[in-house]
Ligand binder design. Structure first.
Ligand code: OFO
Length: 160
């Protein structure tokens, strides 16, 4: 179980790096202030998910390993492509969490199963948010005023 949880520490850390890179890319694009904040905030959230796992592993008598990270994707051909990647990434993370739940249940580690349920719900929300953003961007296409509104509204969308 410990190894599987440590693998998830790595995944959350990599999510945080990936969204940090998206934030940095967005920050140098014209007119994407809202999106920039969105990515940076998500990067912070992923770091919080990682820390929650680290504390859990250590509090249960294990040792949480702080992992080395791969270089994330740094640039994107469009905002839509960044959000596509974000959505695909979240789906992968959800699969990984579900896999952890299965391991916990096989091992009758009910405390870890219970702990992981927080992540199950979080992933449901994050997948929905990413899907909503992608649907909106699909509708907007190259429409500049649509993109302007998307950037303005993404902060409130994030809080729903
Ligand atoms: Fe950690 O919640 Fe998304 O990936």
């Amino acid at each position: 179980m410990q190894d599987a949880l440590n693998a998830q520490v790595l995944m959350e850390a990599q999510s945080s790096q990936a969204y940090l890179a998206m934030g940095s890319w967005a920050e140098i694009q014209p007119g994407l202030k809202g999106v920039t904040q969105f990515f940076f905030r998500h990067s912070e959230e992923e770091r919080m998910h990682m820390l929650k796992l680290i504390h859990y592993i250590n509090e249960r008598g294990g040792f949480a390993v702080v992992p080395a990270l791969e270089k994330p994707v740094l640039t994107f051909v469009s905002l839509k492509s960044a959000f596509d990647q974000l959505y695909k990434h979240e789906v992968k993370v959800s699969e990984s969490i579900n896999n952890l739940v299965e391991i916990a249940r096989e091992l009758k580690d009910y405390a870890t199963d219970h702990f992981l349920q927080w992540y199950v719900l979080e992933q449901m929300e994050e997948e929905k948010l990413a899907r909503d953003c992608n649907d909106k961007l699909e509708l907007i296409g190259d429409d500049k005023s649509g993109l302007y509104l998307f950037d303005r509204d993404i902060m409130t969308l994030d809080q729903s």
